[in-house]
Structure formats: structure tokens, C-alpha cells
Write a protein that binds this ligand. Structure first.
Ligand code: FSX
Ligand code: SF4
Ligand code: F3S
Length: 389
């Protein structure tokens, strides 16, 4: 974004008042809006629209936030977000009218507040659900205020403008649905019998939630989603496609055990069970906790466990090798394709043949490299043995 864009955005109505309200500088706020626009895959010009919508207190959508079978990590990850006071921004962008963990009210007062907020904002509020819903034995394994989770989610969804399932538990069952799933934990979509927007992750990245809500606030609709309800801006690429260790994967350099020389040098974690090749999420691109790009599971040296992916996270053993869903080169690699002209020329035919060859070669190299364990200088003797075997 150019200096001029930032200066003209700083003069948008309401932006100056935000400084006081949120305790963040206008610059930081506008940078965040540009970041959200980029996260949503929108051009930088959309940042001004986002800034205006967020800065307008009149536009705050009412949010009813329910908790069922979960660890409250989703709320924690929102509230623990740091720079530039993302938690404050989220709480300013939305009008959080019911949230059991953050509510000062308790018992009948809390229930009365939920019903009053639902009545006052009928047809307009966003329902956010955190946690899976137990369905066995009439849903008796999770009751709040005398209602089962099934009854409560159905009651709240009836008057909602849109339903967002936050976290893997609400999106597809997550941790509570791990076999043998004694309480019959199910997703919000399954219980409501209709598709809902899902933001999986255990916990999910707070920016993905913020960007979803800001999209709703700015453009009056929820973002485009895939067949599982996941916003495409966040879940259309495999973790493996944007992983900073990808070059090691392609070269066949793998950590073989935690703490070995390969692990210490940041080599690929595929052989330690990394599920990046079969998990769709933007973790390597946006990171967590605002502390830099290495702040995500693989960046910290732990294999991705596929926490955003039904059937992988909490289902597939951690040590099991991932299925390779794609051998496409990562976005950061230089292009091998040439711009296409009209009609076939000898050069383009040669390029097509070369590409076909490249694809075959890539698959060949991949197969070859997966069987390979390269030893690192200074590696432990037992690792070297494994590396040579
Ligand atoms: Fe916990 Fe949320 Fe995991 Fe589930 O996050 S972080 S168990 S996805 O519902 O609270
Ligand atoms: Fe990264 Fe895992 Fe893919 Fe290796 S297998 S490149 S660690 S995502
Ligand atoms: Fe989850 Fe894998 Fe991202 S474990 S947080 S999807 S890197």
C-alpha cells in the first residue's frame, strides 16, 4: 500500500476515534486492515472499505457465542492474540452479547441476557459455536441452563443471520469425537442438518476468524467456502505447499527422529509423521501469536498433526506417513511455465513436452527422495546408520 493510500485512509470518518477507543495508532490499525484485505485475497484498495466498516460503531454485528464440548482454546487463542491488540479489535468489531466464559453474569441472568439479545437482534445476529455437540442418549452429556447442547444450538440458530463453527470440534467433531466417541460428538452442521461456515483448527488462527467477520461486516456476506464450509481464503492450499521446509522435502532431506542433526537443521518432518501434505490450512503463511513466521507447529519443529482436517487430526496416528495429495511446486518457487501464445509453435510444443517431462521427473524424484535418508555432518552415529540403510 502506498503512502498516499495510507494518508487518505487515515482521514476516513471514524478512524481517528478508533485511536482512542482501541488504544492503537491509526497507522497500526490501517496496516491491520491492509493485512486483513491481503488475508482475504482482496486488492489493497479493499483495505479502505474494511477500515471504514470496522471504524463505524453503528455496524457492529451482534454475536451469540456458544460453548459445548471443547477446551476453550478457540476463545483463548482470540484473547491471547497480541499485536496490535487483536483481542480488543475483535471485541470492538463485534458486539459480543453472549459468551459464557467472558460473561460477568451467571445462572438465570446469563440465560436471560442470551434470550434478550436473540430477541433484540432477531434475524441479524451471528451465531458462533465453539465445541462439538454430543448426540448420544438424547444429548444428555452436555447441558446448559437445563437445555441440552442440541436444543440450545437449534434454538439459537433459528433466529441467526449466519452460523459460524469455530475450531475443529464445532467444525467436524475434533478431539471429542476421537474413537470410540462415547458421547456421539458431532459437528454443528450435522446437528443443524445444514452447511455452516467452518473455521477448523485446534485452536484456529484468530486472523481467520477476524477476516471472516470483517468480510461479513464490510460486504454483508460470509466469504466463499469449500465443500466443507471452510473459507477459501484460508483453506484452499495444503500446508505442504507453503511450508518453509519444502525445499528439504523436495531434496529428500528428512529429520528421522526428534533431536537428530536433520531435525536440528530444520529439515523436513515428513518422516516424523507431518500431515502437511494432506492438510489444508494457511498456518505457514500467517503464523500464530504475532511473533514471526516460524511461529506455527512445523516452524517450531513439530510435525503438523492435521488439526484442521477431518479424518486426519486426532484420527490418523501421529507417526503415520501422510498421503501426498499433490506434488505441485510451492508458490514461492520460480515458474517453469512460459506465457502461452496463440497456436502451437515448435517452441511451445517443446515446452509442453518439457513440462510433461518435468512432471514425470518430479514424480520420479519424489519417489526416489522419499526412500532416501541423507545423513548430516555431525549427526549421531545411530541416525547415520538409519540414514545409510
Ligand atoms: Fe479447544 Fe475450541 Fe481445540 Fe476444540 O478450539 S483448541 S479442543 S478445536 O473447540 O477449545
Ligand atoms: Fe513441511 Fe511437513 Fe511438507 Fe515437510 S512434509 S515440507 S515439514 S509440510
Ligand atoms: Fe494444525 Fe497443522 Fe496448522 S497441526 S495448526 S493445521 S500446521
Amino acid at each position: 500500500m502506498s503512502k498516499i493510500d495510507i494518508i487518505s485512509m487515515e482521514n476516513l470518518p471514524g478512524v481517528a476515534a478508533l485511536e482512542k477507543r482501541l488504544g492503537v495508532s491509526r497507522r497500526d490499525f490501517l496496516k491491520l486492515c491492509s493485512g486483513i484485505a491481503a488475508t482475504l485475497g482482496l486488492p489493497s484498495t479493499a483495505a479502505a472499505e474494511i477500515a471504514q466498516a470496522v471504524a463505524s460503531p453503528a455496524k457492529r454485528p451482534s454475536v451469540i457465542w456458544l460453548h459445548f464440548q471443547e477446551c476453550t482454546g478457540c476463545s483463548e487463542s482470540l484473547l491471547r492474540a497480541e499485536h496490535p491488540t487483536l483481542d480488543r479489535l475483535i471485541l470492538d468489531v463485534i458486539s459480543l452479547d453472549y459468551h459464557e466464559t467472558l460473561f460477568a453474569a451467571a445462572g438465570h441472568q446469563a440465560e436471560a441476557a442470551r434470550k434478550a439479545a436473540m430477541e433484540a437482534n432477531k434475524g441479524k445476529y451471528l451465531l458462533v459455536v465453539e465445541g462439538a455437540i454430543p448426540t448420544k442418549d438424547g444429548g444428555i452429556y452436555c447441558k446448559i441452563g437445563g437445555q441440552t447442547a442440541i436444543e440450545m444450538v437449534k434454538e439459537c440458530a433459528a433466529g441467526a443471520a449466519a452460523v459460524v463453527a469455530i475450531g475443529s470440534c464445532a467444525s467436524w467433531g475434533g478431539m471429542p469425537s476421537t474413537g470410540p466417541n462415547p458421547t456421539g460428538s458431532s459437528s454443528v452442521g450435522e446437528v443443524l442438518g445444514k452447511p455452516v461456515v467452518t473455521i477448523p483448527g485446534c485452536p484456529p488462527n484468530p486472523y481467520n476468524f477476524l477476516a471472516t467477520v470483517v468480510n461479513y461486516l464490510t460486504f454483508g456476506k460470509l466469504p466463499a467456502v469449500d465443500q466443507l464450509g471452510r473459507p477459501l481464503f484460508a483453506y484452499s492450499r495444503l500446508v505442504h505447499e507453503n511450508c518453509e521446509r519444502r525445499a528439504h522435502f523436495d531434496a529428500g532431506r528428512f529429520a528421522l527422529e526428534f533431536g537428530d542433526a536433520g531435525h536440528r537443521q530444520g529439515w523436513c518432518l515428513y518422516k516424523l509423521g507431518c500431515k502437511g501434505p494432506e492438510t489444508y490450512a494457511n498456518c505457514p503463511v500467517i503464523g500464530f501469536n504475532d511473533v514471526g513466521e516460524v511461529s506455527w507447529p512445523v516452524g517450531c519443529g513439530h510435525p503438523c498433526i492435521g488439526c484442521t482436517e477431518k479424518g486426519i487430526g486426532f484420527a490418523k496416528p501421529i507417526h503415520a506417513l501422510a498421503e501426498l495429495k499433490s506434488v505441485q511446486p510451492p508458490l514461492g518457487y520460480p515458474k517453469v511455465d512460459e506465457p502461452r501464445g496463440v497456436g502451437a509453435t515448435i517452441a511451445s510444443a517443446a515446452a509442453v513436452a518439457a513440462l510433461a517431462g518435468a512432471a514425470t521427473a518430479a514424480t520420479y524424484n519424489l519417489t526416489k527422495n522419499l526412500g532416501k535418508n541423507i545423513a548430516v555432518e555431525g549427526d549421531k552415529p545411530e541416525s547415520k546408520e538409519r540414514a545409510e540403510s
